[in-house]
Write a protein that binds this ligand. Structure first.
Ligand code: SME
Length: 161
């Protein structure tokens, strides 16, 4: 596996490459931790202006830190708490343009200014969330949400196969 960092002219082209590489990651192992570790590395490598990319997994009624790239982060998040806990509770993607004006953001890295969190469902049940932070404001838009929801779908397909 030798994933090269590539640059693309448009978001659809970039995310099409990310989706393709993620499917290859999922095809080379049956191990969940290895897939999530490589997925976090892929997102960190290919998405610009990102300072944290990783997963929180739903275990024993709360979100537990999973594989990620970036500074050490909070290990456990209650459902409904923070941006991650809100995505987990609502099963809806959360886009935060400015974490400093967000009512319930949990700070893990003071460099973070915007964030997107996408829920991952497996057979309709919460499996976890994808959490991506950026040092710039308003880094993520509805197109990122749609494309990262496809990332979540690819991971869901891997988990449920
Ligand atoms: N900011 C997240 C917490 C996780 S750190 O960003 C990695 C939140 O508010 O849920």
């Amino acid at each position: 596996m030798d994933i090269e960092q590539k640059t693309f002219d448009t978001k659809p082209e970039l995310y099409s490459y990310i989706h393709e590489q993620l499917r290859l990651i999922c095809a080379e192992t049956s191990d969940e931790t290895a897939v999530l570790a490589n997925a976090s590395g892929l997102l960190m490598l290919e998405l610009d202006e990102v300072n944290w990319a990783g997963f929180y997994l739903f275990k024993n009624g709360k979100l537990i830190l999973g594989p990620f790239q970036g500074k050490p982060a909070v290990a456990e998040i209650e459902i409904g708490a923070g941006v991650c806990g809100t995505a987990a509770q609502t099963h809806e993607t959360q886009i935060v343009e400015d974490v400093h004006t967000c009512c319930n953001h949990i700070t893990c890295d003071f460099a973070t200014n915007s964030e997107i969190v996408v829920p991952i469902l497996a057979n309709g049940e919460l499996y976890g969330v994808i959490d991506i932070d950026s040092p710039v404001n308003s880094r993520f838009d509805s197109e990122d949400a749609k494309e990262l929801e496809e990332v979540a779908n690819i991971i869901s397909d891997f988990i449920t196969k």
